[in-house]
Each structure stands twice: as structure tokens, then as C-alpha cells.
Write a protein that binds this ligand. Structure first.
Ligand code: ATP
Length: 195
């Protein structure tokens, strides 16, 4: 089973591309979604996050995101501490998930794949790119957020150029039709490389 990492900056269209691979029958693991689910369901994670952030880390068994985001905003070391709790659990969950798949390859979508060194565990990496202005417009339309918040996230991510240099495949996601064509082409190239 080959592991294909799918990454790209905020609003580039990773999830959009991931869904197109799903349409071709390829299983997709969306790391951020699984992390969110595990933070809501894993008792071990809950206990450790409460130890780190205090009892207010959870409200009615749900992660108290605004409270945690505020702490992290004021002290970035808390993000690393939180990741040190959540990431090993996601990695464990991913390993088990991979064992259950039967396709020639799977896609693992991770927003900060290179930044966290996760690309080292991938056989191939696909980076999704789009002009920054377009990405900003998409995120502002999709989320209840501000330009400043999105800019802060962009600042914490590698630039497209840095990611592209280290990627096996690049998808330019500006119009959906062209993106789908690129996805099909890459899918066929990956299958061919595995034959
Ligand atoms: P994030 O890093 O924030 O999770 P992402 O890289 O996964 O984002 P998506 O959620 O796939 O990006 O796309 C961001 C928004 O832009 C979504 O609302 C999506 O529907 C829209 N979008 C993505 N690609 C296109 C496109 N080619 N044309 C029009 N809209 C698009």
C-alpha cells in the first residue's frame, strides 16, 4: 500500500482535490478531520488536554476551541504542546486505518505535511497550489474569519515554492475542470508507477 501525501496552503483546494481522488475510488484520510474527531472522542487526549489547558479545555464534552485558540494565540509553545498530545494518536489511528484499505494507494491530506516532516512517511507528495489572492477569497467566503486570521495562518505555512520544490506532483487549482484533469493524470501516473 503506497501512501500519497496531499498538501497545500490554506484555501488551495486540498479537500476539493481529495474528493476528486475519492471519486476515482481512492480512499482518503483527512488528518485534520480525524484529529478533530479524536479530540472529541479519545479519553486519553481529553485528559491530557485538560492537564495542559485546564478544565475549560472542554465544555459539554466538546473541545472549547475559542478558549484554546486564545491561549495558543498568546503563547505559541502551547501549539507544540497540544500537537505533541494529538499527533501521536492521529499517527496511530492512521496506521490502523491504512491496514484496512485494499486499494493500490491511499491519499493522506495534511495541511502542514512538510512543516511537520510528515512527507518522510509518504511515497509520493502532491502539492495543490492557487494564487494567494484567490485562496484568501475562497477562505473568506467559506469561513467566518478575517483577512488578518488567514494571513496569520499563511505566515505559519511554507510558501508554495518551497513545497513545490519537494513535491512529486503539483496541481494548479484554479478552475475545477482543469483540476479534475490533473487529478486523473496523476492518478494514472501513480497507478502506472506501481504496476
Ligand atoms: P483548508 O486548508 O482551509 O482546509 P483546503 O486547501 O482544503 O482548505 P478547500 O476547502 O478544498 O481548500 O477549498 C477552499 C474553498 O474554495 C472551498 O469552499 C471550496 O469549495 C472552494 N474551491 C476550491 N477549489 C475551487 C475551485 N477550483 N473553484 C472554485 N471554488 C473552489
Amino acid at each position: 500500500m503506497k501512501i500519497v501525501g496531499l498538501t497545500g496552503g490554506i484555501g488551495s483546494g486540498k479537500t476539493t482535490v481529495a474528493k476528486q481522488f475519492m471519486g476515482l475510488g481512492i480512499p482518503v484520510y483527512i488528518a485534520d478531520e480525524e484529529a478533530k474527531k479524536l479530540m472529541a472522542t479519545s479519553k486519553i487526549i481529553q485528559r491530557k488536554l485538560i492537564q495542559l489547558f485546564g478544565n475549560e479545555a472542554y465544555m459539554n464534552n466538546q473541545l472549547n476551541k475559542p478558549y484554546i485558540a486564545n491561549i495558543i494565540f498568546n503563547d505559541k509553545t502551547y501549539l507544540q504542546k497540544m500537537n505533541a498530545i494529538v499527533h501521536p494518536k492521529v499517527a496511530q489511528h492512521f496506521k490502523k486505518w491504512v491496514l484496512k484499505q485494499t486499494s493500490p494507494y491511499i491519499i493522506k491530506e495534511v495541511a502542514i505535511l512538510f512543516e511537520n516532516g510528515g512527507h518522510q512517511q509518504c511515497d509520493y507528495v502532491i502539492t495543490v497550489t492557487a494564487p494567494l489572492k484567490l485562496r484568501m477569497e475562497r477562505v473568506l467566503k467559506r469561513d467566518n474569519t478575517t483577512k488578518e486570521n488567514v494571513e496569520a495562518i499563511v505566515k505559519n505555512q511554507w510558501t508554495d515554492a518551497e513545497k513545490v520544490k519537494r513535491s512529486h506532483f503539483v496541481i494548479t487549482n484554479t478552475d475545477l475542470e482543469s483540476t479534475k484533469n490533473q487529478v486523473v493524470k496523476i492518478h494514472n501516473q501513480i497507478l502506472k508507477s506501481l504496476a
